[in-house]
Write a protein that binds this ligand. Sequence first.
Ligand SMILES: Nc1nc2c(ncn2[C@@H]2O[C@H](COP(=O)(O)OP(=O)(O)OP(=O)(O)O)[C@@H](O)[C@H]2O)c(=O)[nH]1
Ligand SMILES: [Mg+2]
Length: 464
Amino acid sequence: MSQNTIVAIATPPGSGGIGIIKISGPAAVNILSKIFRKKDKKKASELSFNFFYESHQFYYGHIIEPVSACIIDEALVIAMNAPFSHTGEDVVEIQTHAGQFVLMSILKLVMSCGAELAEPGEFTKRAFINGKIDLTQAEAVMDIINAKSEKSLKIASSQIKGDLKNKINNIYNIVQEYLIQIEADIDFSDDTDNDLLSIDPDKLFLDAVKPVNTLIKHYESSHIYRDGIRLSIVGRPNVGKSTLMNCLFQKERSIVTAIPGTTRDVISDNMVICGIPVTINDTAGIHVTADPVEKIGIKKAKESAEDSDIILLLTDASVTILPEDIKFINEFDSLKLILIVNKIDLVNNYENKIKEISTDIPCIPISAKLNIGIADLKKEIVRQLNCASDNNISVIVPNIRQKKLLEKAAASITSACRALTDKYPSELVSIDLHEACNFLGEILGITTKVDILDGIFKNFCIGK
Ligand SMILES: Nc1nc2c(ncn2[C@@H]2O[C@H](COP(=O)(O)OP(=O)(O)OP(=O)(O)O)[C@@H](O)[C@H]2O)c(=O)[nH]1
Ligand SMILES: [Mg+2]
């Protein structure tokens, strides 16, 4: 339990209905009693202080600067006694009007009474240190804050409920049981002729490696619902890239003109396609040019394409497919490409144009101007991502840190299975299983090194 008391504004900056100040630590209630005056229910003019704060009970009154007795704002306050709070310490929450000036004044007042400004993620870190949540749940707090779609929120909510924690705990306990059995074999190896024969490597594989691999598979098929993807629209000038951008967002996001070379910089915006958060980049038309500004734009367009999970390569159905269009196909990673034949409203033989291209890359005919073919394009984007269908999406999805540790754990247990099959000394099997337990423990935060923990909590916002 921490000795110091921390404070932070828990609500985002800007004006709104309610602003919340959160205090956690041994002095939380004492600080509140110095700055809060409760309004009497019957005689509104009478204010009381120094009363007993019932845990988990709201009180209405004023926040007062104790020296000058000036009222700062009306407030609803609640005290939550340790260990029945989310940090496991005494916690106080002060709800006031959400103006930044009001909140800053109360923050300073609380600090003048002895509290320290909280570090980013410090409330969640205290909850973790005090055993209120494990590391998977702490990381899920961050995911909930960052959730960009209903699906990503669902994944994070299941994690915060402890679904991943329970799953990893189960596997951890199974490996521990095998470890106990093996270590008993080592201790009593003089008494047994067939050391370790009691352990079936296939059963160990089924019990421990299989569930770990299932979680890794969940990551592969579902992490994009939480992490999102990047998508770039590229092609020659004037093929309709910005028109497609505007069509996808249903608003004038990029400037569209009939003049080639209109878009110079990368224009980005975010949307959700079939539950997947997508960042879409509209880019400058790629062609050979002497214009120095365009050259920079083209360099940025190519970099944007390389950094993307999917590239939408646009061509214009109303003109002949140029060698440059074909060149793009070779230039970019074909696995990420979707070829789009735009402006089909201007021609009646676009099917022949598509045949002309003769490529294995998926090809979608559209008219960005008339909003034709956009639903097919979205379907193709989702198909390319090879993710679990909307209905099948599993709710237990590790993040990339957890996935890497799961891979290491799977490798260690698999190595133990091999050692058992090949009848290696029990000590080697034991080393592998100890290693696996360490990796699984790192996911839960049991064996995680301090610098890794600090790195995780540093990514939180102040007040969380
Ligand atoms: N008929 C028709 N015209 C289109 C379509 N899409 C775009 N256009 C027109 O094509 C011209 C160029 O459109 P933009 O969206 O600015 O093209 P761009 O690829 O972004 O061009 P740059 O930014 O110069 O590289 C504009 O006059 C658009 O109205 C379409 O589907 N059908
Ligand atoms: Mg453009």
